[in-house]
Each structure stands twice: as structure tokens, then as C-alpha cells.
Design a binder for this molecule. Structure first.
Ligand code: GCU
Length: 673
């Protein structure tokens, strides 16, 4: 149930006037989101107030009614003063609790469902205030990606096996898939790509297309559109063609035909997601075609159906570290910048938030400032791949905000990332966000109860990126655990301190996470960063550390930003401390703006970060008896693990750089003494 528990509200009587006694779900067929909204309102009111309320599907004249439906349906039944709803955009809703009647009106059916969830979220938090407002999304694309493999495993999944796949097929029992759609809809996610970007062509067999139809059928009542990842070589792997060249007529026919078959089964499919020419995946470059030609192949097949081709910008090659100017961070702009303007209008380039790979801190990807005639979406990661894999509490919304709020100053004008992905800054028709989530069959979904704040916050920020991460977290806490101020205070403190703590006891100053790069991406392994082709280098030796990404003497990456930002990063004296080692190669004795040396900052941060992680245990223990034992114990186990593992991190990293640099810790904590 996660945050949709609808737990009884203590101290609110059944008879209270503000509790509705009728639900009207207008013009709803049983598979429509408005029908779902009616059921959800019924379930919520039952849970929160213990009151049984009946649902009708035509208008009734009665006080204390909740009416949910589209604006059009409402106008037909009751007549409507347009002023209130005139500014609604697709998926948006109007919510009014004034005058005894609750009006929940969606611009479309999905919007009506979102409004119902909004109203229930207020009730579940004990908020009975009189409100009347409209709410519109920042961007049309608000998707999740699952990296589920056809055999049921999940790449970078930490919550058990897939809820969608098993033994090469779609599972028979899709009740968990339905529950997932419900969770997603409640935070206004409208699309889900259900298979791994490292995709298997066998998803496209007739049997599996029939399975996709079943998934779409359980998603549809929640307004969640199904999408799939494609293997670029499918025409060859599955279709037995001799080529997968995107300009070859037989290949084009093959994809058109497959797309027609899928839309026959799933008429409202969201579209495709494609990882091409990256990490061993096939793609258009295999045939000397451009990435835009590859993307447009799918866009053209999808276009008649209104489908979207999400094309990933995560394209890079292995590099040689002995080349001072080689830089994986340069890859995305190098591959995509010159293609700007060549993508069809239903292509969206999906860009990871930073130029490398979901690290604990990265600068905003400069690709957002280099595609002015292309739709873009940001890719975030709810799955805590490099960030503790749900064994560590790391509340990610503050990290995401550093990128969403970042002003790239394109053409010396305000160019905030959230306005670029919405399409507003460059007048693009499409855009938005995607998050890699990787829920599994574990009954906590992600493997940890507290990690679910990240999924909740992702949806909230995808809808309205200007919201405050702490306020979002507190809504989630009240819905998930309790309105008790002690509970609220403890979970807020732990969560808001968690990302800074993790950054402190892992990789500092923009050097990246310092976790194992080669295999697990878990636990400290600073020595794995260098001397390989992956390009997540630190260039640490006994005197110096950091990547020189300046234009003047380094890889030139800083120059991929618009001039004002480029100038800031070019110069160590104007580069923020938290990204110093991302952009500059300096001595361990280099003095930061904070007044500390780089090496002393490493030592201090590691001791501070792990000390903070120790406090999460007593903070959580202070909630014993205020949270059910099952969830209390589950979380306690993880907090104890994090406390211990943060010490492993602290000592591994501190000792590694102490050994390498030979520079003592002024506090005498590190090394033998
Ligand atoms: C990371 C991750 C891979 C994933 C890749 C991607 O490198 O570790 O498992 O396939 O990102 O985003 O494509």
C-alpha cells in the first residue's frame, strides 16, 4: 500500500459534516480512470473515516457529494462557469471543496483521477481546509523505466524479481502490476517502460505482444500508458533479416509491421525507449548512420499512433586514460549536438541528469544547453544504484533539485533545466522526465520502506519541479507512517541529512561516488575508478587528484556549457567546492573556499558523514511503538546496517587517500599512530 494506506484518522468522527456521503463518478465506463477515481474515493473514505459511501454514475442533486469527472462531462450534467477551468492543460485538474460539494474535474479522465488522489491525500493527512484551485503538469511526459529482464531478473534492481516477467514471458498474475499502476497514478506518472534498456528482441514475439496487451489492460484504468524498450538489432535477431540498417527498406517495413501489431493489441501505447550504440548495444552507427536516423526510424513507425520515441543520450565509448584530454563526460554533447534539428517531432532525447552516470554529485548535463531544436527529457534514478542500493537511506529529491533548478543561461537568458524539459524554454512540443525505478516483488516494492520516499518525490517533482523536497517528504511521511509530530520530525531529519551524509562518507568534492565501478556499484572501492576504459576517472596520484576538464589545459568539458557557466567552471576559484575535483586536477593541499585543504576535507567529511549515519539509529529507535513493529524492525535493521557500513566507507576512503598522499589528518584519526 506504501503511501496509499488510508489509515484511520484518530479523533475524526464518522458523523463529521465534512465527510462526503455520496460519490458521483460521471460518465464512467468500467475501464476508465474516472471509474477508478470513484472506487478510490470510496476506498479512501472507508479507510480514513470508516464510512461506507455509495457511487453513482449520473448526477444527483445532493449536498456533501464528491463529483469527479472530466470538465466536459460535468459541463453537460451541471453546466459550468468556464472561468474556473479555462486554464486547464492535458492531465490537469480542478479541485474545489467550497460550499459543501467537492468538485474534482479533470481536463481529461486522467486528470480527474489525479484530482481524486489529491483530495484523498488531503483527507488522509487530516487536512480539511477549504480549497479551490487548478493544478497543471510541468511537462507532458512523466514516465518510469523498469530495467526488467525477460527472465525475471532486474538490472540494478534491489527489491526482488520482476513483477512483469518470468521465464521469457509476461507473468500470468498481473495484480502487482496493477498495484504498481495505482501507486504511479497517485503521483501522476502517466507512462511506464516495463523492460530493460538492454533489451531482448524476444519481447516482440506474438505471444509476448499478447502479454503486453494484458499489462496495458491493467494499467489503463489508472491512466498509465505502457511503453517498451527495443533492441535495435531486432529485425536481425528476431526477424531473420540480414541487416538492421535503419535506412534499409526491409528493416523499415519490419519495424512498421511490428509497430502496427503492437498498436493493434495496445491502441494507446506510450511509445518506445531505445538505448543504441552504448555499452555494447547495437545501433545505427553500426551502419554509419546517425543516431538521429536511428531515432527517426522508430518515430516514423509510431507517428500515426501518436506514440513517442524516447532515445537515450547515454552513448559513449571506452577511452584510454593515458590520454589527458580523453573524457567520457564529453561524449553526449559530442554525439548529439550536431544532430540538433534532425530529430522528428515525436522523438524525445532522454538525458541522464549528469554527464557520467547517476553519481552522488554531478554537474548538470550540458546537453540540455546544446539541444535547442530537439525535445528533451531528464533521466533520474530512483533505484539507488551507486547510492547504497536501498541498504542506505538516501533521500534523493535534494540531489535532483540541484539539477532541475540549475540555470544554464543559454544565450544569456534564464534557462532552468525544468523549463527546458517542459518544452517552455525552447518552445518544444514535448518533453518531461523519466526515472529508473526497478521495483520488484518484495512487499516493500524497492527493498526498503524508507526508499519509497524517492518514488513519491519523483512523481511530485515531475509534476511540479519547484516544490520543496522537505514539504514533499513530510506529505509522504504523514501518508506512509503517521501524522505524529515525533515521527514527522525524526523521519524529516534523517531523510534531509541522508544525501549530504552519503556524499560525505563516499566521494567528495565532485570526484564521483568512489564505489566499485567495475561490477557491483556497491561499497567503497576507490582504486577501481582509474586504470580502465570506463572513464569514471579520478586521476589520483600521491600528490594530486581530480579531472582537469578545463578548456585551457584539460578535456575541454567545461566549454560545453554556455559562456557564463563555462567561465565559472573553467576557473578553480569560481568553481563551487562540491564540484572542484570534477573540473580541476589539484594538489591534495589545495585550499578550498571553506578554508580547508582537499585532503583534510576528505578526512573530515568522512568522519562527519559516518557520524551522522550513526544518529539515524537512535532517531529511528525513538519511534518504537509509534510505528507498527513490522515496519519498525525492517527499517531498524537497515539503519543499523547503514551505520556500520558508513564506518567501512569512512575508513576505506580515508585510509586509501592517506596511504596515497602520505598527508596526516590534523585530527589524528586516520592511519596508524
Ligand atoms: C549504468 C548501469 C547499467 C545500465 C546503464 C544504462 O551504467 O550500471 O546497468 O545499463 O547505466 O543506463 O544504460
Amino acid at each position: 500500500a506504501a503511501w496509499l494506506r488510508y489509515a484511520p484518522l484518530p479523533g475524526v468522527a464518522k458523523s463529521e459534516g465534512s465527510i462526503p456521503s455520496n460519490i458521483v463518478a460521471l460518465n464512467a465506463t468500467t475501464t476508465s480512470p474516472v471509474y477508478t477515481a470513484g472506487l478510490e474515493l470510496q476506498k479512501g473514505i472507508q479507510g480514513i473515516f470508516g464510512k461506507q459511501v455509495s457511487i453513482t454514475h449520473q448526477s444527483i442533486e445532493s449536498l456533501s457529494t464528491v463529483v469527479v469527472g472530466t470538465v466536459d462531462a460535468y459541463a453537460q450534467e451541471y453546466g459550468l462557469d468556464d472561468d474556473d477551468t479555462a486554464d486547464l492543460e492535458a492531465d490537469g485538474f480542478w479541485l474545489s471543496t467550497l460550499n459543501g460539494t467537492i468538485q474534482i474535474l479533470g481536463q481529461n479522465e486522467r486528470g480527474a483521477l489525479y484530482g481524486a488522489f489529491e483530495y484523498l491525500s488531503m483527507l488522509a493527512q487530516g487536512n480539511f481546509s477549504q480549497v479551490s484551485y487548478i493544478s497543471n503538469p510541468n511537462a507532458p511526459i512523466r514516465w518510469v523505466n523498469q530495467w526488467d529482464n525477460m527472465d525475471g531478473s532486474i538490472e540494478r534492481g534491489y527489491g526482488g524479481p520482476s513483477i512483469f516477467f518470468q521465464n521469457g514471458l509476461i507473468v500470468n498474475d498481473l495484480s502487482r502490476a496493477e498495484d504498481y499502476a495505482r501507486l504511479l497514478a497517485s503521483v501522476r506518472i502517466n507512462g511506464a517502460i516495463i523492460n530493460n534498456v538492454n533489451a531482448n528482441a524476444s519481447l516482440l514475439t506474438p505471444q509476448n505482444i499478447a502479454g503486453l496487451k494484458r499489462v496495458a489492460d491493467v494499467f489503463r484504468p489508472y491512466g498509465v500508458q505502457l511503453g517498451i524498450s527495443l533492441n535495435f538489432a531486432s529485425p536481425q535477431l528476431l526477424g531473420n533479416l540480414s541487416t538492421f540498417d535503419p535506412l534499409d527498406a526491409s528493416v523499415i517495413d519490419w519495424w512498421t509491421n511490428i509497430t502496427d501489431q503492437i498498436y493493434e493489441a495496445v491502441p494507446d501505447m506510450a511509445g518506445y525507449l531505445v538505448k543504441a550504440n552504448s555499452e555494447g548495444q547495437p545501433g545505427p552507427i553500426t551502419y554509419n548512420r546517425t543516431l538521429a536516423q536511428g531515432a527517426n526510424l522508430f518515430a516514423k513507425a509510431l507517428q500515426p499512433y501518436g506514440g513517442v520515441a524516447m532515445f537515450r543520450a547515454f552513448v559513449y565509448n571506452q577511452l584510454n586514460e593515458s590520454d589527458w584530454r580523453a573524457d567520457r563526460a564529453n561524449a553526449a554533447v559530442q554525439f548529439f549536438k550536431d544532430l540538433d534539428g534532425q530529430f522528428d517531432d515525436n522523438v524525445v532525447v532522454q538525458i541522464k541528469y549528469g554527464p557520467i552516470d547517476f553519481q552522488v554529485r554531478e554537474p548538470t548535463s550540458p546537453l540540455f544547453a546544446n539541444l535547442l531544436q530537439t525535445n528533451t527529457a531528464i533521466e533520474l534514478e530512483v533505484a539507488q544504484e551507486y547510492l547504497g542500493q536501498q541498504c542506505h537511506l538516501v533521500y534523493l529529491a535534494p540531489l535532483w533539485k540541484t539539477v532541475l533548478d540549475f540555470d544554464l543561461k543559454v544565450d544569456n537568458q534564464s534557462s532552468v533545466v525544468s523549463d527546458i524539459i517542459s518544452g517552455k524554454r525552447f518552445n518544444r512540443p514535448l518533453g518531461g522526465s523519466a526515472a529508473v525505478v526497478n521495483v520488484g516483488t518484495n512487499n516493500t516494492w524497492l527493498g526498503s520502506h524508507l526508499a519509497m520516499s524517492n518514488l513519491y518525490a519523483y512523481g511530485r517533482l515531475a509534476w511540479a519541479p519547484t516544490q520543496d523536497p522537505e514539504a514533499i517528504l513530510q506529505d509522504w511521511t504523514r501518508l506512509t507512517f503517521s501524522r505524529d509530530p515525533t515521527v514527522l520530525r525524526a523521519i524529516t531529519q534523517m531523510s534531509m541529512e541522508s544525501w549530504p551524509a552519503y556524499e560525505n562518507y563516499s566521494g567528495n568534492l565532485g570526484v564521483q561516488t568512489l564505489t566499485d565501478i567495475l561490477y557491483t556499484h556497491f561499497g567503497p572501492n576507490p582504486q577501481s575508478m582509474d586504470n580502465n576504459g570506463w572513464g569514471q576517472w579520478t586521476r589520483a596520484d600521491h600528490l594530486t587528484i581530480g579531472m582537469d576538464r578545463t578548456v585551457s589545459n584539460g578535456t575541454g568539458f567545461a566549454g560545453q556549457y554556455p559562456p557564463e557557466i563555462a567561465a565559472m567552471y573553467e576557473d578553480p576559484s569560481t568553481t563551487p567546492d562540491d564540484l572542484l575535483l570534477w573540473f580541476h586536477h589539484v594538489n591534495y593541499t589545495h585550499v578550498l573556499h571553506s578554508g580547508k585543504t582537499v585532503i583534510q576535507h576528505f578526512y573530515d567529511a568522512h568522519y562527519n558523514g559516518s557520524a551522522v549515519a550513526q544518529t539515524f539509529v537512535p532517531l529511528w529507535e525513538s519511534l518504537k511503538g509509534k510505528i507498527d513493529d513490522q515496519r519498525y524492525n525492517h527499517v531498524l535493521f537497515r539503519q543499523e546496517y547503514q551505520a556500520g557500513h558508513s564506518i567501512v566507507w569512512r575508513d576505506a576512503i580515508s585510509n586509501f587517500y592517506h596511504n596515497l598522499s602520505g598527508i596526516p589528518d590534523t585530527e589524528n584519526r586516520v592511519g596508524n599512530h
